[in-house]
Design a protein around this ligand. Structure first.
Ligand code: AMP
Ligand code: GLY
Length: 435
């Protein structure tokens, strides 16, 4: 079978890597891919959000199955367009992708189905929004309704900060049309958890939990990013909590989507806050997390491709996935300056040495094959550039191995956090000292 993966990040590298290993896959293509993806797939230079281009390529090239990585093309209806062209695809319809595409839609759906989440109100007027913020006081969270590349959320500790966030979105249009409408909501406290399930619209299959690190610097300091590292499984997720998340959150959400005629098919990524009174939804995403996906693929023993196809075919009830009894941890290496302005084009060395470390895996997120002084080189082309992953018996072991591989990479123009997994590692330390 010929499979096309859409996207160009570390998530898509991990998906291509896992799919390429499937015995039922003859060849993987990736649009547009990156230098690392090119090692396991044939990259075709079509942008992920070029809906017409992807549909035409998939038809012309007799692609059997398309796996869509990022949210943009899902919200724009790529899966609907592929279906209309007779091509099977993994991912939700545009109607179901509204769970991520509009925070207001998502909050209304949760409210209608009694799913625990932060209280909220929707606004299209800045004066009204500011009045509400003054009434409620801080801390409070201001969110652009639409897709804003992970930047549309401001957790405000003062009313003045919330008013500034409202102006930035609604008056200065910092997030473009995504900020024409805002959701203002309660600031929740607790430990965050990313939880993933496959859903074919009827049946669900749990992929378990992961935790990422959104802040750019060690100690969870500095501005938020797309994620500076992740690990899986998440120690906070025990069987009782998982059962509660499925019963109180995932199942009612999926029933609610089916009831409005938009059954959700694909991977549902639930961002949760584990509060004192139980798990509450922070947000839904309609795709795999990046970098959480890489840690899931590292732990998966089974072939992922039949599960993705069964999701599209409404056959998920027949699928069972097996996982390694190990932890996986991933460290993101980003270009200096990220998540602010950064330079492109610096040369990265030591990738082969890092990949040669047993148990470690290098995923490319923003790289290009280039030549410099007549020599083939890999250069940095994005903010998040590499993800260095490793597995181990514990998160501490995976951490040690991942950083050994990080230290094999020579890239003066990049940086990483040194404390990925700290929460799980401190839990492991206190558990072993209690013995
Ligand atoms: P999001 O893009 O919605 O995932 O939000 C980015 C980050 O902002 C989340 O990972 C949380 O750390 C934080 N956040 C978002 N909403 C809330 C909330 N209601 N209460 C507390 N923190 C939040
Ligand atoms: N790592 C968070 C996300 O993919 O949105």
């Amino acid at each position: 079978m010929r499979v096309l993966v859409v996207g160009s990040g570390g998530r898509e590298h991990a998906l291509c890597w896992a799919i390429a290993a499937s015995p039922i896959c003859d060849k993987v293509y990736c649009a547009p891919g990156n230098a690392g993806i090119a090692q396991v797939a044939e990259c075709v230079s079509i942008a992920a959000d070029d809906i017409d281009g992807v549909v035409k390529y998939a038809s012309d090239s007799k692609i059997d199955f398309v796996v869509v990585g990022p949210e943009g093309p899902l919200v724009s209806g790529l899966v609907d367009r592929l279906k209309a062209a007779g091509i099977k695809a993994f991912g939700p319809s545009a109607a179901a992708a509204q769970l991520e595409g509009s925070k207001g839609f998502m909050k209304d759906l949760l409210a209608a189905n009694n799913v625990p989440t932060a209280w909220y109100k929707r606004f299209t007027d800045a004066t009204e929004a500011k009045k509400f913020v003054r009434e409620k006081g801080a801390p409070i969270v201001v969110k652009a309704d639409g897709l804003a590349a992970g930047k549309g959320v401001t957790v405000c500790t003062t009313v003045a900060q919330a008013e500034a966030a409202i102006d930035a979105a609604m008056t200065a249009k910092e997030f473009g049309a995504a900020g024409n409408e805002l959701v203002i909501e309660e600031c929740m406290e607790g430990e965050e958890l990313s939880y993933f399930v496959l859903s074919d619209g009827f049946a669900t299959l749990s992929l378990g939990g992961a935790q990422d690190h959104k802040a750019v610097f060690d100690g969870d300091k500095g501005p938020n990013t797309g994620g500076m590292g992740a690990y899986s499984p998440a120690p906070v997720l025990d069987a009782a909590l998982e059962e509660r998340i499925l019963r109180e959150i995932i199942k009612p959400t999926l029933r609610g989507m089916a009831a409005i005629g938009a059954p959700f098919k694909g991977v549902l990524f639930c961002g949760l806050m584990i509060t004192k009174t139980g798990p509450k939804v922070i947000e839904y995403n309609v795709r795999f997390g990046d970098p959480e996906c890489q840690t899931l693929m590292m732990r998966l023993k089974s072939d992922i491709l039949p599960a993705l196809i069964a999701t599209a075919d409404e056959q998920l009830e027949h699928v069972d996935l097996r996982w390694k009894d190990e932890a996986a941890l991933l460290v993101v290496m980003a270009a200096n300056g990220y998540p602010g302005a950064y330079k492109k084009g610096s040369v990265i060395e030591g990738l082969d040495a890092a990949s040669a470390i047993e148990g470690a895996q290098v995923f490319h997120a923003g790289t290009k094959s280039d030549t410099k002084d007549g020599k083939a080189v890999i250069t940095a082309q994005g903010g998040r550039v590499l993800g260095i992953a490793a597995t181990g018996k514990s998160v501490s072991d995976a951490h040690a191995l991942a950083y050994k591989a990080v230290d094999a990479i020579r890239w003066p123009d990049g940086f990483c956090r040194r404390d990925i997994g700290w929460r799980a590692i401190s839990r492991e330390k206190s558990a072993s000292s209690a013995l």
